[in-house]
Design a protein around this ligand. Structure first.
Ligand SMILES: C[S@@+](CC[C@H](N)C(=O)[O-])C[C@H]1O[C@@H](n2cnc3c(N)ncnc32)[C@H](O)[C@@H]1O
Length: 394
């Protein structure tokens, strides 16, 4: 996450807390929500929660986290209409989604001017888009309370945000957009039906302007990630181009073995609020993990990959005895890449410090093995793009 994005996120924390306290006070009969210039509610520090507040929100986060990750009984349910769960979402998941999407928006070929955020909840992606330069932004969701929160946040930040009630069976908000984002929502739709999800994304893509992108972000769980890859395959088979993260144009090789999946991981400066709430709920958010797909509108070609033999690193470092290994995925497919310590040279030393999501170019000689590519002391390793950075034009 860039330092600009981290600074922008820091500025959101007091607004999230302010809006949460106002809603809570209003629910308990207090009269604390006022007009556009209302003051901060005076019952705690502006940039952090009091210990009883942490306990209260932590309980909501536990409910939400269990319901969205274990049995997933909340996926598809109207949990945003439950004040405790909406509050937990706002204070814990909102900053995570904001940071995740900032790091995806920085990978787009162009800054979005107009953005439609579908399944917006209280708008973390919509506001990430605004902070990334979008001037006309609409947040759309079926949950009225979530949209109301998004409007309150817009007022607190003096930003302009349109909101619309939307669900897949209703028409899309009017207009065309540079970017349409769908954050952590596709996995909640149609009970896992890949065909219907792909059809929805196709419909949404008709509203993306030429050169624009549909950004779909999903939880980095094995099942939700694989489901996204299956939707990707349907769309790729129909001729749609993937702008990121894929360099491979065929069916996703991560779907071949049922135990594989593909997700991104990005470092971030975790806000103190997130740290306190993660501790209270027994969760870990030291890094940002998500699965994502950036799709081009119909008829647009895949971008030419950077020249040479390039791979995106799609695993963490898989250290073995005396060697470093990663999974790479490039125009030739998904392969293991390995380099023995004894073959380390100045030209390939970068290989020992690669991060998931980075794109590298291999030069010089390699050894082709049954289970992947062996790098040697004659191989060079060059960083082509950092994770979260657009690929350079060839
Ligand atoms: C996990 S939240 C994601 C919120 C936000 N986009 C983010 O990434 O943090 C999923 C959102 O999808 C919305 N959602 C779920 N099913 C929906 C449906 N059928 N129609 C419209 N919105 C839906 C929920 O109301 C909720 O706001």
């Amino acid at each position: 996450m860039s330092s600009d994005a981290a600074r922008d996120l820091d500025a959101w924390i007091p607004r999230l807390i302010q809006v949460w306290r106002e809603r809570r006070a209003a629910r308990s009969g207090g009269n604390r929500s006022g007009g556009r210039n209302r003051p901060f509610v005076d019952d705690g520090p502006a940039d952090r929660l009091t210990p009883p507040e942490v306990k209260e929100v932590g309980a909501g986060i536990k409910r939400l986290s269990h319901g969205l990750t274990r049995q997933r009984e909340l996926a598809g349910a109207k949990y945003m209409d439950d004040p405790q769960l909406l509050g937990a979402y706002l204070l814990f998941y909102w900053p995570v989604s904001y940071a995740q999407s900032r790091s995806l928006f920085s990978e787009l070929p162009a800054r979005p001017r107009s953005l439609l955020d579908l399944g917006s909840g209280p708008g973390p992606l919509a506001f990430a888009g605004i902070d990334a330069g979008a001037r006309e932004t609409i947040a759309a969701d079926r949950s009225k309370p979530a949209l109301e929160l998004a409007r309150q946040l817009a007022i607190a930040a003096s930003e302009s945000l349109g909101t619309r009630e939307w669900s897949p069976e209703r028409p899309l908000p009017e207009g065309t957009f540079d970017v349409i984002s769908m954050g952590h929502v596709v996995n909640e739709l149609y009970d896992g039906d890949v065909g219907r999800r792909a059809a929805l994304l196709e419909q949404v893509l008709t509203r993306v302007k030429p050169g624009g992108s549909l950004v779909v972000m999903e939880p980095a769980l094995r099942d939700t990630s694989r489901a996204l890859l299956a939707v990707r395959d349907v769309l790729v088979a129909k001729g749609y181009a993937v702008r990121a993260p894929c360099l491979f144009r065929g069916s996703c090789p991560a779907l071949v073995k049922p135990s594989d999946w593909c997700h991104a991981e990005r470092p971030w400066r975790m806000p103190t609020l997130t740290e306190a709430l993660a501790r209270a709920a027994g969760l870990h958010k030291e890094s940002l993990k998500m699965s994502y797909l950036v799709l081009a509108p119909k008829g647009e070609a895949w971008a030419e990959p950077p020249q040479g033999r390039v791979f995106r690193i799609v695993s963490e470092a898989l250290e073995g005895k005396g060697r470093q290994r990663y999974m790479g995925c490039g125009p030739e497919g998904r392969v293991g890449l390995a380099l023995q310590d004894k073959h380390r040279t100045e030209g390939n030393a970068r290989f020992f410090h690669l991060q998931r999501g980075e794109v590298v170019r291999l030069g010089g000689a390699t050894e082709e093995k049954g289970d992947g590519v062996g790098l040697t002391d004659a191989t060079t390793v060059e960083l082509v793009a950092r994770a979260g950075q657009a690929l350079p034009k060839p």
